[in-house]
Design a protein around this ligand. Structure first.
Ligand code: HEC
Ligand code: HEC
Length: 300
């Protein structure tokens, strides 16, 4: 804020308070000078409707004084007058930081303690049941908006409970997915395949997971599955590659869907599923505990 605007706000605020004080003083003085309680003011409406000049109720005046005093004390203690920070130097940011500091001092040692125990061990619960509870609470706060409150996912957001993993289900891989995040790259193939050839390729993809399709069409599509390099990521047999996050195309689990229309869209436009990295936000220790919770959901 520039000095001018700061000064402007100070002038307005202080001016307002002084005006209120003056108003009280002026009305009291006027009363003393002029009229006694119960007099009419001389204003008349509708023929005979007269305005009486009665004093303000005492409680109302007191409220007014208290408000004035409160305003002055508040402005002295807290920021409010332009750039003047107030005697206490309070800021909302400072209060937040302070609360975070207290929370960190209380919880960080607990997170550290559990981060030192391996994920399989934590996932068993038992004496570490508290860790799974914490993992679950953090999951609900930070992950459920994408993966669902029961972690069963949605279109484009993988189910974390089914034991089928895009990037691998070993504890270390799950933690890596959370800490580092994941960027899936299914490249677009528009311009490289179309018409009947595309229909055949779609039929072939569907056939891999056992869907009933036109066998001749699927047979014809197989060549393009190889020629277009789908094998490079999804494998010769279509079982996928967890190093690349390329899904297994032979099972009945679909991230985007198995209808011909959706598969066509996947092939032509590509897909870029993104799992946001938690390195900066939650950090290693909390991610470790959440990973244990996630691992516990499918490792039964
Ligand atoms: C560079 C590696 C790569 C190549 C090449 C590739 N894919 Fe993919 N594909 C992926 C990845 C990674 C995903 C997951 C995308 C995501 O998670 O957003 C994917 C997703 C898919 C899906 C969606 C599966 C589902 O569960 O919904 C289909 C279908 C698919 N690919 C078919 C193909 C076909 C057919 C080809 C050949 C034309 C092909 N892919 C080529 C990496 C690849
Ligand atoms: C903004 C949405 C979003 C949020 C928030 C999010 N995720 Fe994800 N997550 C995704 C997407 C999308 C993928 C799939 C990436 C891909 O297509 O390969 C994913 C993938 C994963 C995977 C890998 C799954 C597999 O099959 O290999 C794990 C594990 C995971 N998320 C856990 C978490 C946890 C734990 C949190 C909370 C700390 C979280 N996610 C928060 C969107 C999100």
């Amino acid at each position: 804020m520039s000095t001018f605007w700061s000064g402007w706000i100070i002038v307005l605020t202080v001016g307002n308070i002084l005006a209120c004080v003056w108003l009280v003083w002026w009305t009291m003085k006027k009363r003393k000078d002029e009229s006694a309680s119960g007099d009419v003011t001389g204003h008349t409406w509708d023929g005979d409707l007269q305005e009486y000049n009665n004093p303000l109720p005492r409680w109302w005046l007191w409220l007014f004084y208290i408000t004035l005093v409160f305003g002055v004390i508040y402005l002295a203690l807290y920021p409010g007058l332009g750039t003047f920070a107030g005697i206490t130097n309070w800021t909302s940011g400072g209060q937040y930081e302070g609360e975070m500091q207290v929370a960190a001092e209380t919880y960080d040692p607990i997170f550290e303690k559990y981060a030192a125990i391996n994920i399989e061990e934590l996932a068993k619960g038992g004496e570490h049941a508290e860790a799974l509870e914490m993992g679950k609470r953090m999951y609900l706060s930070y992950c459920s908006q994408c993966h669902g409150s029961s972690a069963t996912g949605a279109v484009g957001y993988p189910n974390l409970t089914d034991g089928d993993w895009l990037w691998g289900g070993e504890p270390a891989r799950i933690k890596e997915s959370i800490v580092q995040g994941r960027n899936a790259v299914m490249p677009p193939h528009a311009g490289r395949i179309e018409g009947e050839k595309l229909d055949n390729l779609v039929a072939y993809v569907q056939s891999m997971s056992g869907m009933s399709v036109d066998t001749a069409s699927a047979e014809a599509g197989k060549a393009d599955y190889t020629a277009l390099g789908c094998i490079g990521c999804h494998g010769v047999d279509g079982t996928g590659n967890t190093m690349l996050g390329a899904p297994n195309l032979t099972d009945d689990i679909w991230l985007y869907g198995n209808s011909a229309g959706v598969i066509k869209q996947t092939i032509l436009e590509g897909r870029n599923g993104q799992m946001p990295s938690q390195q900066e936000f939650l950090g290693e220790d909390k991610s470790h505990i959440i990973a244990a919770y996630i691992y516990s959901l499918s490792a039964k």
